[in-house]
Design a protein around this ligand. Structure first.
Ligand SMILES: CC(C)(COP(=O)(O)OP(=O)(O)OC[C@H]1O[C@@H](n2cnc3c(N)ncnc32)[C@H](O)[C@@H]1OP(=O)(O)O)[C@@H](O)C(=O)NCCC(=O)NCCS
Length: 278
């Protein structure tokens, strides 16, 4: 087996996140498993707690909770998948059904799709011809500022109750280099409260945007607020040069209602994201 480099804490979170994000963009045409914005949202402040290995700056892998092993590999160096699979020897591996190099290797190693748990699908929307967002009278869209942190975290926590989100963690998200406040939008009601939110991210290499995450306060659902704030983020992404927006709603889970929201906005089905288990 080729030597894998465990960069350890000395490398620091920001360079490691940047490497993962660059690999996500290189892998994207064949393996759109993790968007760089999804990596920033999910891993901000947590990188030092993960065991991440990188090989030749062309591949990296880490095990993240129930998702199992996540691999980001330059398609021109697909052989490095074997190094990562050998190194981690993980019972669970996250896959996307366009990544045949990974799927072939997993099948040969005795892995099978996990049909018991949740799965996900990348769904996508081109950013041309978007309708304008529509809000009820008195409601407004607002871009996040550092002064809005308390309200911003409160609306996230309400939408995702019970949520682990904290102000400290949100600050870490905002400190990631690819965070841009013009993609962090909320719906504000006349008394000043935030009641819906969508955080968008733009990958500068692929020019693909992603929502991560979206939420509406339970008292304000089915009033078109989720749709409006997502559309507003899509306009902002397009203005910044994005050509497409994707999102990865959870499917096969009783409480997941995001897929119908995005379908109602015109998103269409892309590749399937599933765990393989052994
Ligand atoms: C998913 C969520 C953001 C929807 O927000 P919302 O403000 O209620 O969405 P909208 O009112 O804009 O809904 C637009 C359309 O989406 C679909 N939709 C939204 N919620 C739905 C639900 N619970 N069941 C079925 N369809 C639903 C409907 O087609 C709806 O149009 P309609 O109300 O005219 O039928 C909200 O339920 C939420 O915060 N859930 C918890 C967090 C979450 O799952 N976020 C998404 C993760 S990717």
């Amino acid at each position: 087996m080729r030597a894998v480099a465990d960069p350890g804490p000395a490398v620091g979170s920001v360079p490691m996140l940047a490497l993962l994000q660059e690999l996500s963009a290189r892998a994207w045409p064949v393996s759109p498993l993790r968007h760089s914005g999804d990596l920033a949202w999910q891993l901000a402040g947590r990188l030092d707690g993960l065991s991440i290995v990188a090989v030749d700056d062309a591949a990296a892998g880490f095990v993240d909770g129930e998702d199992g092993l996540c691999v980001l590999v330059d398609p021109a160096r697909a052989e490095l998948l074997d190094d990562l699979l050998d190194h981690f020897d993980s019972r669970t591996v996250l896959t996307v059904d366009t990544d045949h190099a990974l799927l072939d290797r997993l099948r040969r190693r005795g892995y099978r799709p996990d049909t018991a748990g949740w799965w996900s699908r990348q769904i996508r929307h081109s950013l041309t011809g978007l309708p304008e967002p529509v809000l009820p009278p008195g409601f407004s869209l607002r871009q996040m500022t550092a002064f809005d942190l308390v309200e911003r975290v409160a609306v996230h926590r309400a939408a995702w109750h019970p949520s682990q989100q904290t102000e400290q963690r949100y600050r870490q998200v905002m400190a990631t280099p690819t965070y841009r406040p013009e993609f962090d939008l909320v719906v504000r009601i006349p008394d000043g409260r935030f009641v819906a939110n969508c955080l968008g991210w733009l990958d500068p290499i692929t020019r693909v945007g992603v929502f991560e995450p979206v939420g509406t306060h339970p008292d304000f659902r089915r009033q078109g607020l989720g749709s409006a704030v997502c559309l507003a983020v899509m306009h902002a992404l397009r203005a910044a040069g994005a050509t497409e927006c994707v999102v990865y709603p959870v499917l096969g889970h009783p409480t997941s209602v995001a897929y119908p929201l995005y379908r109602s906005l015109g998103f269409t089905d892309g590749p399937e994201v599933r765990r393989y288990v052994r």
